[in-house]
Structures are given as structure tokens and as C-alpha cells.
Write a protein that binds this ligand. Structure first.
Ligand code: SF4
Ligand code: SF4
Length: 472
């Protein structure tokens, strides 16, 4: 038996929420109840707690997470990454991309349905508020089609006011991830004239979030999201997706009231789908999952819950719509480990191992040492000296007093220009110093030296440099 509509593929020629004239069809999804929806709700509480809470958590006065793209400073789990750690950020991003690909190849759009902030905010926050104020899908449609009354005005004002406040909160949270909690609080509490850029950013973010959740909605997943657009190349017949078991469901048909469902099941000519259309009514992107895999499906599982309820009422086995692969449905096969999964896993493992090694061996400081340009050497009473410029990036949040020492060259001395070096947390410290070597100890006119950076008696970095002396 073939999947319905698969011969014509006519449903793929247009979007489910756009008319032939290109006008938007507003989607009023029916309220979902069911086990998976319950699980998604609990999971969303956890994610919302993390999303709103993480930017406010600090470790020893420093943020736990921060993605400051403006100053190119990224903090993950309290560890600060600077532009000097670009290789780590690049490998980390590559690892995430490979992980997402691998995960999607195996489990389809689980991310979209369960964890994507767009779905979580839309379905678990804004949609619930809409249902709470305006009622279920029928009441919402009726309200929109009705003329303006006091009740409509009150409901719409209440809904959009709450949407606006939520968008403002999300915008602030979003900004806190970028500039950090302290800078955000300064924008909120200081004189507004001192933070015009910050206030402008909050206003723009609020407007964007309000537009996305009040108007644009499912179009983000269907039209804008690049991950959604990639599904066509990531998914195959073995991927686990939300799928309609057309072998079991077709030929679909209404179940008459006088039908005994148990008798109906025995009739091989009739499938289990009673063509109630509830799976379409609950879909937030307005598609009919019975047409097969579609780009618009965000894997939200609403149709699984809805159909299971119908199956229960009609005394048929649940799972007519379920998590399954197309191959699994066609051949009754379970998910198997195949060459593609193996290859992706191997690449992922190599990336994670490499990243872990680099992270564990990441130095706390990064030193740049250069002989002062334009100078060669100076002859002094105690020997020959070279002048150096040093820049030390302290990647930790702690202050560090440091001293410098020339490695394996006991005769060499160091004379600092200015005050002793003190590294401030997450900052670059600059300084200058002379290395002085007694003339009798100069074995060559160009020496290779290593300078140790020592803090609390421990060598925390060492850098190579050269030392120039007079020609013999
Ligand atoms: S909810 Fe189930 S029974 Fe109803 S139309 Fe959809 S697939 Fe068929
Ligand atoms: S088809 Fe089902 S899983 Fe996909 S978006 Fe619609 S309701 Fe959600």
C-alpha cells in the first residue's frame, strides 16, 4: 500500500498556512492533552528555569555563562574564553554541529519539538496564555471573527499586554546572556541617558520577540530557521520521526456510530484512521502528518497525543501516529546501527576527545614576548642587555602576582621597567623588562632563551625568545 498523497505530492506545492493567493491562514491549534504533552510541559519548566535563571548565576562574582560577541568574550560554566582561544571555540562549534547532524540523522527533529526556545516559548508560554485568556481554538476563531466588543477589546488588550511584558523579559534575559547581569542591571537602574545604546537594544529585542510570538509564530520554523531547512538533507528512511503508520491507517474512513469498533478492526478493507482530522487540528504548523514527512513538521508530538486519544475512544491500538522511521513502518524494522551512524559517531568521538584534551591542557595565561622593535643590544656595567615588551592575558578571574625568570641560564638577570607585574583577572597586562647577561657568559651573538612566568613559586607559562649580543 502506498502512502496517501504520495503519488501527487500536491501538498508539497504550497504551505499549509498560505492560501493560493498568498494570504496567511491563521492557525488555531486545538488544545492538546496527553502523555507526551505532559512530559513536554515538565521538560519545558526545567528549560524555562534554566533559560531565565542561568544569566543571573555568578561564580565568585563572575557569570557562569556569557556570550559577549561585542567584546568577543565567552564564558561557559564560569570559564572565560578569549579571542586567543578561537581554536577551542571553533572546535567546540564544530563538535556541536556534528552532534546536531548525528542526532538529527538518528532522532529527527526531537530538538525542535522538545528543546528549541522558539517551540518552548511559543507552545508552552505564549500559546498557554492565549488559551487561558481567549479559550480553545474554536473560541479564539470566533473572537477574531466577531466585531469589536468590550469583551474582545479587554481580552485582546490583556493578551497583548502580557505578551509584551513577556517579550520584554525575554529581551532582558537575552541581553543578560550577551553583556552579563551587571551591565544589564546598570542599564535598568542608572540614568537612561547614560545607556541609550543598551535601551535601544532592549527596545529592538522586545519588539522582535513580541512580533515573533504574537504574529510570526510557526513561520519562524517553516520559513526562517536554517535547521528546519536542513531537514531535507539530514533525514532519511531510517531516521526516527513523528510518523503516521499508513499501512495500519489506510484506507481511512469515518467510523459510523452503529459500527462495533471490534468488528471494524476485523474488516481488512478498512484502516484504523477514522478520518477525524484531529491530528491536523492540533498541529501548530497546520499540516496533515498523514501525507508523510514534511519540512513543516517540528516534531511536537501533538498529533501523537491527539491520535492516541482517538484510538482509545474507538477501541483501537494506540500508536497509529508515533515515533518511528519510515523504514520501520514499511518493513516492521526497529532502529539499527548502520554505517552512517557509525561514521558520524566516530567523527563526533574524535572531536569530543580532541576538545576535552585541549580544554584540560588550556593554560591559565597566554604570553606574548617580543624584543623591542628597532633596538639591538646595549652594553652596561654588568653585561649586555636587551629590552623586551611583554603582554600577558590572564584567562582566570583571579589576580596573580608574577615574577619572570630566564630558564636554564643562571647568569641571566631580569630588570623590570616600572612596577612589579600584577595580573588582573580576565585582563591583559603589559610591561617591559631588560634581560642582562654578563659578557663572559655570552657564547654566541644570537642566543635562544626561554622566559618563565612564575606565580606563587609555580611556572605557569614559558615563552621562547632571542637575545642579541656583540659579534666576536
Ligand atoms: S487523529 Fe488519528 S484517526 Fe484521526 S485523522 Fe488523524 S490519524 Fe486518523
Ligand atoms: S505533524 Fe504532528 S508532530 Fe509534526 S508539527 Fe504537526 S502536530 Fe507536531
Amino acid at each position: 500500500m502506498k502512502q496517501p498523497s504520495i503519488d501527487t505530492n500536491e501538498f508539497r506545492d504550497h504551505l499549509s498556512n498560505v492560501t493560493d493567493n498568498g494570504k496567511r491562514i491563521w492557525i488555531y491549534p486545538r488544545v492538546v492533552k496527553g502523555k507526551l504533552y505532559q512530559y513536554r510541559t515538565y521538560f519545558s519548566w526545567l528549560l524555562l528555569g534554566l533559560l531565565f535563571g542561568l544569566p543571573w548565576i555568578e561564580v565568585e562574582g563572575h557569570p557562569l555563562f556569557m556570550f559577549n560577541v561585542i567584546e568577543r568574550q565567552f564564558v561557559f560554566f564560569g570559564v572565560t574564553f578569549f579571542p586567543q582561544d578561537f581554536h577551542l571555540v571553533a572546535i567546540g562549534l564544530l563538535t556541536v554541529i556534528v552532534f546536531v547532524i548525528l542526532f538529527t540523522v538518528i532522532f529527527g527533529r526531537v530538538w525542535c519539538g522538545w528543546a528549541c526556545p522558539q517551540t518552548i516559548f511559543m507552545e508552552m508560554l505564549f500559546r498557554k496564555i492565549e488559551i487561558w485568556i481567549e479559550g480553545d481554538y474554536k473560541a479564539q476563531r470566533k473572537l477574531d471573527e466577531s466585531p469589536l466588543t468590550t469583551e474582545k477589546l479587554l481580552k485582546k488588550t490583556a493578551k497583548h499586554s502580557i505578551f509584551f511584558v513577556l517579550s520584554f523579559l525575554i529581551a532582558n534575559t537575552f541581553l543578560a546572556y550577551i553583556i552579563g547581569k551587571k551591565a544589564l542591571l546598570a542599564i535598568v537602574t542608572d540614568n537612561p541617558l547614560e545607556h541609550l545604546t543598551g535601551l535601544f537594544a532592549i527596545t529592538i529585542f522586545t519588539a522582535v520577540f513580541y512580533f515573533v510570538f504574537a504574529r510570526f509564530r510557526e513561520l519562524v520554523c517553516i520559513v526562517v530557521c536554517p535547521y528546519g531547512r536542513l531537514q531535507g538533507v539530514l533525514l532519511d528512511k531510517k531516521s526516527i520521526i513523528v510518523a503516521y503508520d499508513y499501512l495500519r491507517g489506510e484506507p481511512r474512513g469515518k467510523m459510523k456510530k452503529q459500527d462495533n469498533p471490534l468488528d471494524t478492526l476485523k474488516q481488512t478493507a478498512k484502516g484504523h484512521c477514522v478520518d477525524c482530522n484531529i491530528c491536523v487540528q492540533v498541529c501548530p504548523t497546520g499540516i496533515d502528518i498523514r501525507n508523510g514527512t514534511q519540512l513543516e513538521c517540528i516534531g511536537c508530538t501533538a498529533c501523537i497525543d491527539a491520535c492516541d486519544e482517538v484510538m482509545e475512544k474507538t477501541h483501537q491500538p494506540k500508536g497509529l501516529i508515533r515515533y518511528a522511521s519510515l523504514e520501520g513502518i514499511e518493513q516492521g524494522k526497529k532502529l539499527q546501527f548502520n554505517l552512517r551512524i557509525g561514521a558520524y559517531s566516530a567523527v563526533l568521538l574524535a572531536l569530543v576527545s580532541g576538545l576535552t584534551y585541549l580544554l584540560l591542557n588550556r593554560s591559565d595565561i597566554e604570553t606574548t614576548l617580543l624584543r623591542t622593535p628597532g633596538l639591538t643590544y646595549q652594553e652596561e656595567k654588568t653585561g649586555v642587555s636587551n629590552l623586551y615588551n611583554i603582554e600577558i592575558l590572564n584567562k582566570t578571574t583571579q589576580q596573580m602576582p608574577i615574577t619572570l625568570a630566564v630558564e636554564d641560564y643562571p647568569a641571566a638577570q631580569i630588570r623590570l621597567v616600572g612596577k612589579p607585574l600584577q595580573l588582573k583577572g580576565s585582563e591583559i597586562t603589559k610591561g617591559s623588562f631588560f634581560i642582562i647577561i654578563p659578557k663572559k657568559d655570552l657564547k654566541d651573538s644570537r642566543l635562544k632563551l626561554y622566559v618563565n612566568i612564575v606565580s606563587n613559586g609555580k611556572v605557569i607559562d614559558h615563552v621562547k625568545t632571542s637575545f642579541l649580543g656583540p659579534m666576536e
